[in-house]
Design a protein around this ligand. Structure first.
Ligand SMILES: [Zn+2]
Length: 288
């Protein structure tokens, strides 16, 4: 799924390619994806795209009187189209959830892969009307989120740091992939309790959060929407790389599986060489 760097890149891409263009039609192909009914989607027809912005992992396409806000969730993605068919998209079994037609035959598709349908699209007058946006904590790249502010957030939180980093109401923008990367760079165990981090570890965590996300934003912005997914994969050092050597120390990257997700880490860099317990006892490198 797109996290902070990819959503930043998608917003930048839309500012460059869609701003100033008028919407000629919107096809809602998957009705469950659409979470609002007022204003109706038809209200967008004739409206001009003014810009695009990011709120945590939410993408907002901004019009004069409305904002089309998308939460991509796990399987969602945006595809820019230079040559859309004039005919409205039909409902079907494919991944297409929403199609926005712009003048000149351009536009974009919002798609969702997989069977877990959790993509969410909102058309609102103010992005803060979206419950998930209203509840966001400080953005991971907010300059005000300095080491002291981060220490304040972590203080007393008896929750594993991996889970806390991905909690959008605590810090906004980080998901499963970049939390693995940040913890690897910070040399911290994903299972360590937030409240147990020393001030030196919090400094390391803060520096890693900044460097990992800033590097990823720099790599992503300027990429076409089509190449963004590949660029994300290339830049990740441990996420989804179980069984491969750690680029820092050469140890084998391990994995812990959960019901619907998995995390990856390097034992030598992050857990003093000891593998973390994996309840499913799956072998590293094998993702079932
Ligand atoms: Zn390592």
């Amino acid at each position: 799924m797109p996290e902070l760097p990819e959503v930043s890149a998608l917003a930048a891409f839309l500012v460059e390619h869609a701003a100033g263009l008028a919407v000629t039609g919107v096809d809602a192909v998957s009705f469950p994806a659409l979470k609002t009914y007022d204003p109706p989607l038809t209200a967008l027809t004739g409206a001009t795209v003014r810009g695009a912005s990011r709120h945590g992992k939410f993408l907002s396409v901004d019009f004069d009187d409305a904002h089309l806000v998308t939460h991509f969730s796990r399987g969602g993605w945006l595809q820019w189209r230079e040559d859309l068919p004039d005919t409205p998209a039909r409902r079907g079994k494919g991944p297409l959830a929403l199609r926005v037609h712009l003048e000149g035959g351009r536009g974009w598709d919002v798609t969702e892969a997989g069977t877990q349908k959790r993509l969410a699209v909102y058309l609102v007058r103010d992005p803060q009307e979206v419950p998930g946006v209203a509840k966001l904590g400080p953005d991971a790249l907010d300059p005000d989120l300095d080491v002291r502010a981060l220490a304040g957030i972590l203080e007393g939180r008896r929750k594993q740091i991996k889970g806390l980093l991905t909690e959008q109401g605590t810090i906004a923008g980080i998901g499963n992939a970049y939390s693995d990367e940040i913890l690897h760079t910070a040399k911290l165990s994903p299972f360590k309790l937030a409240s147990a981090l020393t001030s030196e570890e919090i400094e390391r965590l803060h520096a890693s959060m900044r460097s990992v996300l800033t590097d990823a934003v720099e790599r992503s912005v300027g990429q076409r929407a089509a190449t963004l997914k590949e660029e994300k994969k290339t830049g990740l050092r441990v996420h989804r790389r179980a069984g491969e050597p750690c680029p820092v120390c050469g140890d084998t990257i391990h994995e812990v599986s959960f019901a619907a997700s998995a995390l990856q880490y390097c034992p030598t860099c992050q857990t003093g060489g000891a593998p973390l317990a994996d309840r499913r006892m799956s072998k590293f490198g094998v993702r079932t």
